[in-house]
Structure formats: C-alpha cells, structure tokens
Design a protein around this ligand. Structure first.
Ligand code: FE
Length: 162
C-alpha cells in the first residue's frame, strides 16, 4: 500500500452556489441572449459557460478546433447542420473540427445549457471565410470589457481562472 496525501501543488477548488441568478455576471451575446462564464481553464485553453436565450435566434456559424460538450438544462436548441433537438436532459458532444450554427429551436423558443469548450473557435461567413476568432484569452478580454461596464472588476474575472 502507498499513502496518498493531499498535494500542495493543486489549485484551489471552486464553488459558485448561485450561478443561475439573473445578475450582472451575465454578459449579453449579440441579440440572442446572455452568457455566464463558470471557469476559464487558461492552462488548457478551454472554458465552461452557460448560454441562456429567451427568444429565438442564431449564433454565427463557426468551426471548433477542439471538442465541445453541451448539457441542456431548459428549453430547446440545435445546430442547423444536424437533425436532433436538444432539450432539458440532452447531452451533446461535438468532436474537434466540427462546423455548426446554433439556433434556438421554435418548439420552446428559449434555451439554457452549459457548454464546455475545449479550445478556440473560428467564426465563418456564408462563403466559409474566417471573420472572427475566439480563444480563452479573447473570451476573457471580452468578458472583462463587459464587466467594467457593470462595475465588476478584473478580480472577478480572475477568480474564474483554474
Ligand atoms: Fe459551437
């Protein structure tokens, strides 16, 4: 037998008891709804966030360099490129390299889902040309810029890093 002790080199745990509170930690995402970051995994280049939309809409077509998982809590949504509809309790895995266009499904007209995005994404126009790029640091820059407009500081954004 070996003795396994707590490591002094690991990171502190994270506990957020009220992430569904409709407060100023939710950043507007275009006209579709709001995003609430949960964790910025700056060592691995990924992040976890909640997407909440209260009306129908679309997120611009994009390609993921790394996998994505989505756990749906409420509402209905899908990707234009696939036939399925995600509803409360649905689990989605998109492998690296997939291109998709997220839309709020008219069936319920709203959605709430937790996304784990493992790496950068590239937004595409109709011709398939790259129009925008996001990685964890750009996400954080954009979130910080929003936070400053609502009185949340860099310390708040930094507290989400693990
Ligand atoms: Fe995506």
């Amino acid at each position: 037998m070996i003795t396994i002790a707590p490591s002094p080199f690991t990171s502190p745990e994270m506990f957020q008891g009220d992430v569904l509170n409709d407060d100023k930690t939710w950043m507007p995402v275009g006209s579709i709804g709001h995003s609430r970051p949960l964790i910025y995994d700056t060592r691995n280049g990924g992040w976890i966030s909640i997407l909440r939309a209260r009306s129908e809409g679309t997120i611009q077509r994009h390609r993921h360099a790394s996998p994505v998982t989505a756990w749906t809590l409420d509402g209905s949504w899908g990707y234009r490129e696939h036939d399925w509809v995600a509803r409360a309790g649905s689990f989605v895995y998109e492998p690296a390299g997939h291109i998709h266009t997220l839309f709020i499904h008219p069936e319920q007209g709203h959605m709430l889902a937790v996304f784990h995005i493992f790496g950068p994404l590239i937004y595409l126009n109709e011709a398939g040309e790259a129009e925008d790029y996001e990685d964890v640091f750009i996400r954080m820059d954009r979130y910080l810029k929003y936070c400053k407009t609502v009185g949340l500081g860099e310390d708040w954004v930094r507290s989400l890093i693990r």
